[in-house]
Design a protein around this ligand. Sequence first.
Ligand SMILES: [Zn+2]
Length: 479
Amino acid sequence: MTGEKLPSRSEDFPEWYNQLVLKAELADYAPVRGCMVIRPYGWALWENIQQALDRRFKATGHENAAFPLFIPRSLIEREKHHVEGFSPELAVVTIGGGETLPEPLVVRPTSETIIGHMWSKWIHSYRDLPVLMNQWNNVVRWELRTKLFLRTLEFYWQEGHTAHATREEAEAETRQMLDIYAEFAASEAAIPVIPGRKSEAEKFAGAETTYSIEAMMGDGKALQSGTSHFLGQNFSRAFDVKYLDPAGQLQYCWTTSWGLSTRFIGAIIMVHGDDQGLVLPPRLAPIEAVIVPIFRHDAERAAVLEAARRLRSELVQAGRRVKLDDREGLSPGWKFNDWEMRGVPLRIELGPKDLANRSCVLARRDRPGQPGKSVAPLDELPAAAARLLADIQQSLYDRALAFRQAHTRECRTYGELKAAVETGFAVAFWCGGSGCEATVKEETKATLRCIPLEPAAASGACVVCGRPSGERAVFGRAY
Ligand SMILES: [Zn+2]
């Protein structure tokens, strides 16, 4: 479990990440290369992400449904760009029940095709629109280079799918869901993100426009943390999803899809973590506070444990997710390290002296050591914990934003861009040419992350070719 120390982030960030995922018991490697097992602590984090998003989806009128894992290969092949984009990553089942199947079945890489197929049966009239759906599921993409949470053959996510009567409505939906992702990332995960539009080269296979939220990790690299696609009529034409408008004319629907996956857990780890381990944002942390009882002998033990149990139930009653660490035979110092590594936002220390004073010691995970410690009277603990957790949540966001700002440079020249992407993001004018985008990628390994939605129009010279340009793009090396 604890054992060996983590490598520091500055000496080996990728190895720090891998070891931390394993040691904190978020996930483990599965017997199939590139697959992972999400352990209970990691799954609890994912459940909190799910609940926070699901609330937002339902508040904006979306309903959950469940579509099947298998998709007939002929359905995947209906939309030309979609099949080109996904073919190299498909897992295909050719035998079922010992018999060769008449038609191979694809294990879903995403569900636009099967949903389009079903919608063609369900949507007939403008009165059936809009259709606002979401599903929580797992999908498979046969990735060659994998990394726990960030890129695995099978991953969990939600995929939202909507159908609308007009282009304007579908575009508004696409942007609404991007806004929801950005707001979720900021207020629940304390992760500042840049919402923006993807370039042609980076957009989803089959989309007209792809938007994403981009976050900066603790090593200055980018992580695409959620995407929202305006699919135009590409899928409705491929799957014949039509409706009769009020004038009695048959029209193709306008559709969208949007997704956020377990990769987001990787963002939380890499944005907030430090050399001691995870630092989880309180609003998503499986355990918001851990109570560590401190005693030297049996006489103290009974009194301290009894008080600790009382504290726990008061905190639980106040709606907190609390753990009392009453494991035997482990020193308080060992427990402190263990919970620090697991990123629990708040530690509550309770010993005989504290009890005598009717108080306890609170230690913040985001400020290790003495600076993060304070004393609270026992009868005010629930209120004090609530205040501190809210403050930790805000501090994590502020710190991540300050880090991103310190590692983002406005670049006028290509030389500046090359230097900037060594340590973070480069923001530069870009002419919109895929040639210039490809040059940057080849020569610097940085990709065009997005064209930020804000600030809007300005003009300058393309950082690569010097042609006049009306928009800035964010470039960065990415996971
Ligand atoms: Zn250019």
